[in-house]
Unconditional design. Structure first.
Length: 92
């Protein structure tokens, strides 16, 4: 008897949580989404810049070909990361 009651309470709790997640997003939700998304965009770009500078100093002898290439690749990866994160966070 208590197990049935417990199961009903868990199911009700799950329904309330699902309804709350589908509720209209607040400004704080968007701020959190953009804040975390910013890091997802910036980290690959900065990482690409540092790795590119290291490769240029190590192999090319002062050029900037690796730096520019890896910055662009980091930008593409960052945009993809942000897009995936946004799609998961917005519930689409």
């Amino acid at each position: 008897m208590t197990q049935d009651r417990f199961s009903r309470e868990i199911a009700d709790s799950g329904r309330k949580l699902a309804a709350a997640r589908k509720a209209r997003p607040t400004a704080w939700r968007y701020a959190a989404l953009l804040g975390a998304g910013g890091w997802l965009l910036v980290v690959p770009v900065v990482g690409g810049a540092y790795l590119g500078r290291w490769l240029d100093a190590r192999h090319v002898g002062g050029g900037q070909s690796w730096t520019l290439t890896l910055i662009l690749l980091g930008l593409a990866l960052g945009i993809y990361n942000f897009w995936v994160y946004y799609r998961r966070g917005s519930g689409e």
